[in-house]
Design a protein around this ligand. Structure first.
Ligand code: AKG
Ligand code: FE2
Length: 225
């Protein structure tokens, strides 16, 4: 017997709920509505243009990252920050828009139920573009001096996001499915936890978004001034 009343528009029996994965790491499903997601995808397309546009990141060991990346505010490279695309075309990094910095603060408030400290100003964004077979290995976001939480916004295809511990790349970790519009925030005791993206789920993007693949925007406070 079916109970249509309890079924949600996306065909799920239960709505996905805000979840504290470990203390300091919070998943807020569907934080961005469809209109906001479209605006962000459009903004990412602009940011991806040269100079200092979307690039393939080369690691010191001679490998390449499979997710391509563009930065705002400060340019991240393995492993530091610079004002220009030092490992790309050398162009000046694009500015971090005020509206995106404000979105970072409201994301923290949504995740933790409490405004961030007044001094917390999101001044760096990394935009990662994943195609079907892209991944991101377990790593920590370690080049920032600030301990402010990292804010992560997902657009397009869903992925498996692996959130681990502060000691090693291995277990214990939790795998969380991040879908288009989801917010994930990690700070406090797990600000330096290892995390990665073992898998993208191709073909799972909302049809109306006009995006093939996955975009992730991580907002950070550098504390590097
Ligand atoms: O794509 C993601 O969800 C994670 C991205 C990430 O960890 C990073 O850019 O440092
Ligand atoms: Fe990261």
């Amino acid at each position: 017997m079916e109970h249509p009343d309890t079924e949600h528009s996306d065909g799920e029996l239960f709505p996905r709920e805000r979840a504290e994965i470990v203390p300091g790491a919070v998943h807020v499903p569907d934080w961005l509505g469809p209109g906001r997601q479209r605006e962000l995808v459009e903004a990412c397309r602009e940011w991806a243009r040269p100079p200092a546009g979307l690039r393939t990141v080369r690691t010191p060991g001679g490998g390449t990252m499979s997710a391509r990346q563009v930065c705002l505010g400060l340019h991240w490279y393995p492993y530091g920050y610079a004002p220009t695309a030092v490992d790309g075309d050398g162009g000046p990094v694009k500015a971090m828009p005020d509206w995106l910095a404000r979105l970072g603060r409201s994301a923290v408030a949504a995740a933790y139920g409490q405004d961030p400290d007044p001094g917390v100003a999101y001044d760096i964004a990394l935009v990662n573009f994943y195609e079907g077979d892209s991944r991101m290995g377990m790593h920590r976001d370690a080049e920032e001096r600030s301990e402010a939480p990292v804010v992560s916004l997902s657009l397009g295809d869903s992925c498996l996001f692996r959130f681990g511990n502060t000691a090693s790349r291995g277990r214990p970790y939790r795998d969380v499915e991040l879908r288009s519009g989801d917010l994930f925030v990690f700070g406090g005791p797990v600000r330096r936890a290892f995390h990665g993206v073992p898998k993208v789920l191709p073909g799972t993007a909302p049809p109306g978004l006009g995006l093939t693949g996955r975009l992730n925007i991580t907002l950070r406070v550098g504390g590097l001034g």
